[in-house]
Design a protein around this ligand. Structure first.
Ligand SMILES: NC(=O)C1=CN([C@@H]2O[C@H](COP(=O)(O)OP(=O)(O)OC[C@H]3O[C@@H](n4cnc5c(N)ncnc54)[C@H](O)[C@@H]3O)[C@@H](O)[C@H]2O)C=CC1
Ligand SMILES: O=C(O)C(=O)Cc1ccc(O)cc1
Length: 365
């Protein structure tokens, strides 16, 4: 039987969930956004089947309601739905990057007989809005679920069946553990990235040339500093206890680095880098918050036209690319062309295409 899903918040994440669920013939996807234009765009792009201006009244038809709104807005919605004409067995869920406060609301809802299971797809982008939505965004990424401890297994299973269309790897964790882990791999790194960029800005008031030198490494490390500030304001404030704990660990680590630099201990500083390299090199390459693209690196001679040559091969073999950039180019040496793809299959096709048609070395960094 066809299930109806109401998605509130049609931005990058709501739009991407909607378009991945649209693949199922058994789902009817209705969308609502506070900004009516986003609903219109979602309809035009065929991301949703139906738009609504009245989520409260529409909720009586919904089997699943998913909030993909900024996390503070989600807290407000979870108060409002207490008066909605909900179906008896509706499952409410969300996609928010924080979980502790949201699951406190779930406890209140449970007392009213309303089921809420927290959710958080661990893939995304620094981009926002419906126009950045992609059907493959969550493919192979972890999608964390935070049901209440007392939640019935069959209910969790019902939600998992719907979310399986995202092709994400669904994993159940507690809200507390969620907020601790995401502080480490996502929230605190966003603070570090923003602070590095702010440091460059400050430095550039003295010397304008510095920012011209901000090359591959700096750009890779700080991409997420281009994320939506209001979204990150809400995430940071909701998870500030865990983020503060990470900040304290970081300060301890920096104090050690400072001491090593002050004493000029060469071996210690090498160990600092080699410990990090060893751990970084064996991180699982699965898609996660900070590893959300399928990149292929191609060594190309640094001459104008090499990008055109490679993109022409991809076009001929109908391999879609999502991003392309050159890094570490210097005169007289090879540059590295980094091409991003939507999924592993496209990346494999691209690697085989380049190996067949050129002499260039290709590799996955
Ligand atoms: N950006 C990312 O990479 C990821 C974000 N998330 C979480 O998913 C949620 C959505 O994030 P994005 O899609 O990136 O943001 P977005 O800014 O792309 O989209 C949010 C959408 O919600 C709408 N909206 C704002 N307030 C609303 C309200 N009160 N009622 C209805 N609609 C409202 C906005 O108009 C916008 O269309 C957030 O909770 C975020 O923490 C989760 C995983 C990744
Ligand atoms: O752009 C990136 O790499 C991200 O970090 C995206 C992201 C943002 C918020 C999340 O809760 C999860 C993933």
């Amino acid at each position: 039987m066809k299930k109806t899903i109401l998605i509130v918040g049609l931005g990058l994440i709501g739009g991407s969930v909607a378009v991945s669920l649209r693949k199922s013939p058994n789902l009817h996807v209705i969308g609502y956004d506070i900004n009516e234009k986003n609903t219109d765009v979602a309809l035009e792009l065929n991301i949703i089947q139906e738009g609504t201006l009245d989520p409260k009244n529409t909720s009586e038809r919904a089997d699943i309601i998913l909030f993909a709104t900024p996390v503070n807005a989600t807290l407000n919605w979870l108060d409002l739905i207490k008066d909605w004409p909900l179906k008896k067995d509706v499952i409410i869920t969300d996609t928010g990057s924080t979980k502790t406060l949201i699951m406190e609301k779930a406890c209140e809802l449970r007392k009213l007989g309303i089921t809420f299971i927290g959710g958080h797809p661990m893939a995304g982008s620094h981009k926002s809005g419906i126009s950045a939505a992609k059907p493959y965004l969550f493919e192979n990424a972890y999608y964390l679920l935070t049901p209440l401890e007392s939640e019935e297994e069959a209910t969790i299973q019902r939600l998992k069946e719907i979310l399986s269309y995202t092709k994400a790897k669904l994993l159940t964790v507690s809200a507390a553990s969620h907020d601790q882990m995401t502080a480490v791999v996502s929230h605190f790194p966003h603070i570090v990235a923003a602070s590095l960029v702010n440091q460059l800005k400050e430095e550039s008031t003295q010397n304008q040339t510095t920012k011209m030198l901000a090359a591959g490494g700096f750009r890779d490390l700080t991409r997420i500093a281009s994320s939506n500030p209001k979204l990150w304001r809400d995430i940071t404030m909701q998870n500030r206890i865990q983020i503060l704990a990470q900040l304290t660990s970081w300060q301890k680590e920096m104090a050690k680095v400072k001491e090593v630099l002050e004493t000029g201990n060469t071996d210690e500083i090498e160990m600092f880098f080699s410990d990090a390299k060893e751990y970084r090199d064996q991180l699982p390459s699965t898609k996660g918050a900070l590893f959300s693209t399928y990149d292929l690196s191609i060594d190309v001679p640094d001459y104008p036209g090499s990008i055109a040559e490679i993109t022409a091969y991809f076009a001929e073999e109908q391999i879609s690319i999502t991003n392309i950039r050159i890094i570490e180019t210097r005169e007289d040496v090879y540059g590295i062309l980094v091409v991003s793809f939507q999924n592993e299959e496209d990346r494999e096709k691209a690697a085989s295409c380049i190996k067949r048609r050129t002499q260039y070395d290709v590799y996955i960094r």
